[in-house]
Design a protein around this ligand. Structure first.
Ligand SMILES: [Zn+2]
Length: 197
């Protein structure tokens, strides 16, 4: 039985590996009944569910942490390099999801409890991860981005209908409708309306 009051972060300390390969290692080599973690994030950013959250972990034996924490592992060796952006984005979504269900649990490195290990690696950006998890900006900006995309597409359609732009398809797309494009479109429209060109 696990009663999570904290989150503990790990790295696999391997350059490669998948949920399946790490699960196999924990079961066949370590002789455990399941992968040791509750969650694992592969290098492509995919999230994999390990043990159930109310199930005792096998990721941090110090201070009874296996009975009082959720264990999250990111695949990679972060003594050598930082986790990639996809992994950090997935981790942030997962942390926010956990916060929604448990409240804002404290986030620790494995090293905090097991000082003889560097886990999750000396180059793991712990401060950034914690700050981002506690900010709501990501969610808001993601919603804003989709609004911007939709509004931008509508604006382009109506400009095309009025014959102000040709090839409206070329104007659309997530890359084109970035933050600066609507402003630029606005200037372009104002220029045309005012007859400057
Ligand atoms: Zn660890």
């Amino acid at each position: 039985m696990n009663k999570p009051d904290k989150i503990i972060l790990h790295h696999s300390a391997t350059d490669g590996g998948t949920f399946e390969s790490i699960k196999r290692y924990h079961m066949q080599t370590n002789g455990w009944r399941d992968i040791g973690y509750h969650y694992l994030i592969e290098q492509d950013g995919s999230l994999h569910k390990g043990r159930a959250e109310n199930d005792t972990g096998a990721h941090c034996k110090e201070q009874r942490c296996n009975f009082t924490s959720l264990g999250i592992c990111l695949v990679g060796n972060f003594d050598k390099y930082e986790p990639n952006q996809k992994q950090l984005d997935t981790l942030d979504k997962l942390l926010k999801d956990i916060f929604n269900r448990y409240g804002k649990l404290s986030i620790y490195t494995h090293n905090h409890f097991a000082g003889y290990k560097t886990c999750p690696g000396t180059r793991f950006p712990m401060d950034k991860v914690i700050n981002r998890a506690h900010s709501n900006n990501t969610g808001v900006s993601e919603v804003a981005k989709s609004w911007q995309q939709q509004t931008g597409e509508k604006a382009i359609d109506s400009l095309a209908k009025k014959g102000l732009i040709a090839n409206s398809k070329d104007w659309k797309g997530k890359d084109l409708l970035n933050e600066n494009t609507p402003l630029w479109l606005f200037f372009e429209m104002m220029n045309r309306i005012s007859g400057v060109r």
